[in-house]
Design a protein around this ligand. Structure first.
Ligand code: ASP
Ligand code: MG
Length: 451
């Protein structure tokens, strides 16, 4: 079996879905488990609708709901033209989901109050809708397809909107559900992103979580491969919107891909790699708009050569500078500082320290940063910098590649660097610079390394 995950742009409408089904058809003999995202922009609309309902703006919420309903019905009509026997159940399936959504949204509007639990129910509908119509469209094109509810297989704990997968439950439930679904069918389709708690309450894995679903499913069924179908030719040496000359990477290690995803590359969800590593399953990143391109293959590190692989960046970061003369010659200061981060659930990316100063970076969307700052301020001087960004160069054994470090720093002459960080794993060298300098700096480092 293989897992084939298709992102929002690969299922955006009639043409994209038709192309996607063509890709699936080629692989039916490998028993694909198809994992789909919501149609592009639908999840954004669902979050917006939930917020409108919470603000008691019923007319805005209903307006969004009708837009969602119409887009799915129109797409189903295009996909199932000439298949009345499938179009009718497909349209009534869309209507059922949208009617139920309307009830939920009306209840939220009436109360003007939205819990994470209700929000998870609302935002789950994008994948429920897309997987339903694609399943009918696959059947109409001769691939007899069974639809499986991911909420019965992917079990999470903790936060309803950023659920923490329960690996043991997933390993137990996914193979049973997929094997049962395969009986008598050519293919199985399920949803990315959506999950439920152990007692069956809907949850989701966090924005962009469909990749993560695909790799959890791949892990649980011991898939031969996990294919992540997206709208770019694979993992590139940089974000092509920032660096027009970015090149496709043929191969990457799991570790390199994880660092890149975590440090700003937008191709894969950062947690996608970990379940694949557990079972050593190769991940292919492929382009559904250009299916003959070989994409990028991500494998265990032993099969990957040393080399610089990419330049990525994160603009949505905060730098927290902590000064305290109490740190000088004192032991236990660092643990006191990081205990505060840990108790507030704030994870840090980069750290650098001098005798009386600790600087750390973290994602600016992280909750509880204000609490961390308040607690730190009780015994040190804290300055939070909002207008900085982080640029990272990733590559296996990068520091030992002759000339690599020089090539990274030569174009930075004259650029003010606030932090420089390189872990002992030699796989990531990151610097913090002024946010305004990101485009020029990323391009200059990329040119220096790759051209
Ligand atoms: N539809 C979800 C989102 O947009 C999950 C995904 O596409 O990966 O965040
Ligand atoms: Mg997506």
């Amino acid at each position: 079996m293989i897992v084939m995950k298709f992102g929002g742009t690969s299922v955006a409408g009639f043409e994209a879905i038709t192309r996607t089904i063509g890709i699936i058809r080629q692989k039916v003999s490998r028993k694909p488990v198809v994992v789909v995202s919501a149609m592009s922009k639908i999840t954004d609309l669902l979050y917006k609708m939930a917020d409108a309902a919470a603000a008691k703006d019923g007319s805005e919420a209903m307006h969004i709901l009708e837009e969602i309903r119409n887009r799915h019905i129109e797409t189903a009509e295009q996909l199932l033209e000439g298949h009345a026997g499938l179009l009718l159940p497909a349209v009534s399936h869309v209507n059922e989901l949208c009617d139920e959504l309307e009830h939920t949204v009306n209840a939220v509007c009436a109360l003007g109050e939205l819990s994470d639990r209700s929000k998870a129910v609302i935002v789950s509908n994008g994948e429920l809708l897309s997987s339903a119509i694609i399943s009918y469209a696959m059947t109409a094109r001769g691939i007899n397809t069974q639809w499986v509810d991911a909420r019965k297989m992917i079990i999470t704990s903790g936060d309803f909107l950023n659920g923490e997968p329960d690996i043991n439950e997933i390993n137990a439930r996914v193979p049973a559900a997929i094997n049962a679904a395969y009986r008598g069918y050519d293919a199985v389709i399920t949803q990315g992103f959506i999950a439920s708690t152990a007692d069956g309450i809907p949850s989701v894995l966090g924005r962009g979580g469909s990749d993560y679903s695909a790799s959890l499913i791949g892990m649980a069924i011991d898939a031969q491969a996990i294919e992540i179908w997206t709208d770019v030719d694979g993992v590139l040496t940089a974000d092509p919107r920032m660096v027009p000359g970015a090149k496709r990477l043929e191969r990457l290690s799991f570790e390199e891909a994880a660092e890149m995803a975590h440090f700003g590359s937008k191709v894969l969800h950062p947690l996608t790699i970990e379940p694949a590593v557990r079972k050593n399953i190769p991940i292919y990143v492929l382009n559904s708009m250009n299916p003959t391109c070989e994409g990028t293959l991500i494998l265990g590190s032993s099969k990957i050569e040393d080399g610089v692989k990419s330049v990525s960046f994160k603009q949505n970061i905060l730098v927290i500078n902590i000064y305290s003369t109490k740190m000088i010659n004192a032991s236990g200061f660092l643990s006191k500082v990081f205990d505060i981060f840990s108790r507030n659930g704030v994870s840090v990316d980069l750290i650098s320290t001098t005798e009386a100063n600790i600087s750390v970076t973290c994602d600016s969307s992280t909750r509880n940063i204000d609490k961390v700052v308040k607690e730190l301020s009780e015994f040190s001087e804290v300055v939070v910098d909002q207008d900085k960004a982080q640029v990272s160069v990733v590559g296996k054994n990068l520091v030992n590649i002759p000339g690599a470090v020089r090539k990274i720093f030569t174009p930075l002459q004259g650029t003010k660097m606030y932090m420089i960080s390189q872990g002992a794993s030699y796989i990531n060298l990151s610097i913090v610079i002024d946010r305004a300098l990101v485009p020029d700096t990323v391009n200059a480092i990329h040119d220096s390394l790759f051209s």
